[in-house]
Design a binder for this molecule. Structure first.
Ligand code: PAF
Length: 276
């Protein structure tokens, strides 16, 4: 695997490469099998796969969260080598951002719903970095996990608004055998937190299994009650939304998605499930 740390190295590498389909998996590192499944999906449809590892400071609204974000770069490189990834782009913060850089893209309500309400400014940071990474790597296709469902919608909106020539692919959530959605943040969970955190996927599965038996408000309330009854879990939101807009779903919604965010001990987790 080639490892590049500067924009110039990436640009130079791709200068003479024509006719190859480039797949891109942007990450913040602390890789797990969810990330590796994105690499594998990219390998199936692209000639060359680039992964980036960059802990993006502009998407953290809590400086403590940024500070404690895991950065096991040696283990990440070993996993990427093992997965047969072709290129790792691992830039420094100054390679990506100028000092005092200001950047804003108005994507309307989508930015402020759900995650946006609890993490103000988060999606501006995500759009900043993904925009820059797309301009550096110039991928034909980019692969993102469904776990960050709203992030995928935000990036799609940005790509459409800016007419970027990249196809976005949403890949299924990878789960541990007990149902916990894989996440880089799971390493912060204590054994007790981890056990309690299972209520999130259980509540989502319950909603999916009972979708046609109760009204949306009743399903939502039942799921909230399940989560609130679990010790050590602080629920932020549980919403059944329209999968195309993320506005609250109603009886006529065709593509429903249930989304949840909660703290398990000190660790913030998100998860979701499509109900089609
Ligand atoms: O999903 C993530 O890991 C990040 O939000 C992303 C897309 C790599 C941007 O920093």
């Amino acid at each position: 695997m080639k490892i590049f740390t500067t924009r110039q190295e990436v640009a130079q590498y791709f200068t003479h490469k024509t006719g190859k389909t480039v797949g891109f998996v942007p990450t913040m590192g602390a890789l797990h099998n969810g990330h590796i499944s994105l690499i594998k999906q990219a390998q199936q449809v692209c000639n060359e796969v680039v992964c980036s590892i960059f802990v993006n400071p502009t998407q953290f609204n809590d400086p403590k969260d940024l500070e404690k974000y895991p950065r096991p770069i040696a283990a990440d490189i070993a996993m990427l080598e093992q997965a047969g990834c072709d290129i790792l782009f691992n830039p420094s913060v100054s390679e990506i951002y100028d000092d005092n850089e200001k950047w804003h893209l108005d994507i309307g309500r989508l930015e402020h719903l759900l995650e946006g309400e609890f993490r103000p400014g988060h999606y501006q940071g995500v759009m900043q970095v993904v925009n820059k990474l797309f301009n550096i790597v110039k991928p034909d296709m980019a692969f993102f996990g469904q776990k960050d469902y709203q992030q995928f919608m935000v990036i799609s909106k940005m790509v459409n608004l800016m007419q970027m020539p990249v196809k976005l692919i949403m890949c299924p959530i990878e789960r541990e055998t007990d149902g916990l959605a894989m996440s880089s943040r799971n390493i912060h969970l204590t054994a007790d937190d981890r056990q309690h955190a299972l209520i999130l996927s259980k509540a989502l599965s319950w909603v999916k299994a009972n979708f046609n038996t109760e009204s949306i408000p009743a399903l939502q309330q039942h799921a909230k009650n399940m989560i609130n009854a679990e010790p050590g879990i602080g629920l932020e939101y549980f919403e059944i939304a329209d999968g195309d807009t993320l506005l609250p779903a109603n009886a006529d919604t065709k593509k429903n998605v249930a989304l949840v965010a909660a703290r398990a001990g000190k660790t913030r987790l998100i998860d979701n499930m499509l109900i089609i």
